[in-house]
Design a protein around this ligand. Structure first.
Ligand code: NG6
Ligand code: CA
Length: 528
């Protein structure tokens, strides 16, 4: 790899000038320690953004970010669902090593607090660290029921963040309240908040506000009807996953979640503009229940899903405008990406057409672009997501087809911050800083994709382990077990021609390699 620290390596021979630079910290700060902002979408597909082909959903702000930075067309989250991808992003560890799967509303924190995280890295580098938005990595300790009326911990503050403002789980799960640091925002102590998986778990607190049970009060779902598991506590007219009692004064308003998170972010940027910061802006857009603010409703012809994407694009624009207003946009490295591929209908009747064909297209919009599948699937669109990196002071605009993964951000930022990782820190995270900065075209040699099982990408070859359950693509309903599969993506973008039988040696080699990577000490320590 080429030298990774131009500022450092340039300083040495410069002698006198280096002294001068050191005497003017403002100047030095311009290219050395950028603020880092990760803008993370929820269920945003590869082609939900204009720069990757969306024409029916306008995303001018995201497109502008891409035009001024690098658009990675082979950029991945580690898994086709939320919790495992977030786990990997923050720890640099593949989530399958910890059996991290989609969490229930009352789940305890799944990242062990002693793990070295992305937030720890920045904190050690002297940054302020902040997460605003969706968490979904659990809160509290296993075996001890979380007390939502006291200090809700451990959570992000125990993992290196020094400030947090959270949607604790997902927007379709209880509790439907914000959490600032350890405390539920606007909670009235006389209406204690309780969360459970069964109705009986919350009915035993009769002095707390009781919400209708969607199963027996379907008429309470006034925002829109829902099925498919989203029919427990009905809050704000929307059926949720899980039961809640109490916390009435603390309820969020679904249509202003995005506004609230953006306002929090603007305040944070204003307060920290003179100090390096790491901000993880984790938007619940465009996850269900999609309830974009009325000013975005009707912005597209695609119902709430398209409109929520327009809202998300607005949020990106507002964050960029805030960085600009405070004069720090040039030295802020922004990453825009998503936690998993797209989904259309997810149990809410929100105006998104339910496609039944194998090619999931809603009224002309295909959020997967040329790739197959989507959220929760092992096909390419499960993890191939928008992946944009911008840093105006340093990065020259371009696009890149290098294979990059969110699991590699931690080691790459460690390099940026001159921090040496121990062998056990972020063991799956590889240093691809030069690629992320557009100074190299070399991506990772091995990319693991996770979705109820594992697949391995080596260049254009993709190997899928046998036995993975997927929806039957002809009726979209029944699930079937996939056989061992081998695809060549360059010749077979849609993963249609299984070459496993035709290339038994290649198949065996890839299978063995995946097993080795899975059982080994971590991808950073395995063969490149
Ligand atoms: C599923 C939910 C889905 C979504 C998903 C998590 C049902 C039927 N489906 O269990 O709506 O919440 O979990 O999404 O309940 S994720 O983006 O956080 O992974
Ligand atoms: Ca998601």
């Amino acid at each position: 790899m080429p030298p990774l620290h131009p500022p450092r390596s340039l300083l040495r021979p410069l002698g006198f000038f280096s002294l001068l630079l050191l005497l003017s910290p403002g100047l030095l700060a311009e290219t050395h320690r950028p603020n880092v902002v990760i803008i993370y979408g929820d269920d945003v597909g590869f082609a939900d953004v204009g720069v990757n082909g969306s024409t029916l959903i306008p995303t001018p702000n995201i497109d502008r970010l891409a035009a001024g930075g690098i658009n990675f067309t082979d950029g991945h989250c580690t898994a086709s669902t939320c919790t495992p991808s977030r786990f990997s992003l923050l720890t640099g560890i593949h989530a399958f090593r910890y059996n991290a799967a989609i969490l229930k509303p009352d789940a305890p924190l799944i990242i062990p607090t002693e793990k070295f995280t992305l937030a720890d890295l920045f904190k050690r580098g002297g940054y302020r660290t902040n997460i605003i938005g969706k968490w979904h990595l659990g809160l509290g300790t296993k075996g001890i029921p979380t007390n939502w009326n006291g200090d809700v911990k451990p959570g992000p503050l125990e993992l290196g963040f020094d400030y947090s403002f959270l949607v604790p789980s997902t927007n379709d799960r209880v509790p439907t309240v914000y959490l600032r640091n350890h405390r539920v925002v606007n909670l009235d102590p006389s209406d204690p908040l309780h969360v459970g998986l069964k109705l009986a778990d919350v009915r035993k607190f009769p002095h707390s506000t009781q919400f209708p049970d969607g199963k027996t009060n379907r008429e309470a779902m006034t925002y829109y009807e829902s099925s498919n598991g989203h029919d427990n506590s009905v809050i704000n007219g929307i059926g949720r996953i899980g039961y809640q009692a109490g916390g009435k004064s603390a309820l969020w308003d679904d249509e202003t979640i995005s506004d609230t998170l953006v306002a929090e972010t603007e305040n944070y940027i204003a307060a920290n503009k003179d100090h390096p910061f790491f901000l993880f802006f984790s938007s619940p857009d465009i996850h269900v229940p999609r309830a974009p603010h009325p000013r975005f409703q009707g912005a597209t012809t695609l119902g709430h899903r398209g409109d929520a994407m327009v809202q998300f694009d607005w949020a990106v624009g507002a964050i960029m405008a805030s960085l600009e207003k405070h004069g720090i946009a040039g030295n802020t490295l922004v990453i825009f990406s998503s936690d998993n591929g797209p989904t259309f209908d997810d149990g809410y009747h929100d105006g998104t057409t339910v496609p039944t064909s194998s090619r999931e297209v809603d009224r002309g919009h295909d959020p997967s672009g040329i790739w197959r599948g989507g959220k929760g699937q092992i096909w390419e669109s499960g993890t191939r997501v928008p992946f944009i990196v911008s840093w105006p002071n340093r990065i020259k605009p371009r696009s890149s087809d290098a294979t990059v993964s969110q699991v590699d951000l931690l080691a790459s930022f460690a390099d940026l911050l001159d921090h040496e990782l121990t062998d056990t820190d972020a063991p799956d995270s590889r240093n691809i800083l030069d690629t992320l900065l557009g100074e190299s075209d070399e991506g990772v040699n091995h990319l693991i994709e996770e979705s109820r099982g594992l697949a391995l990408r080596v260049g254009d070859w993709k190997y899928i382990r046998p036995g993975i359950m997927v929806k039957n693509s002809t009726d979209g309903k029944r699930t079937i077990r996939l056989p061992e599969s081998l695809y060549h993506l360059a010749e077979d973008v849609m993963e249609q021609n299984n070459l496993a039988k035709q290339y038994p040696e290649k198949t065996q080699h890839m299978a063995a390699l995946l097993t080795e990577l899975k059982n080994g000490p971590g991808l950073r320590h395995s063969l490149r």
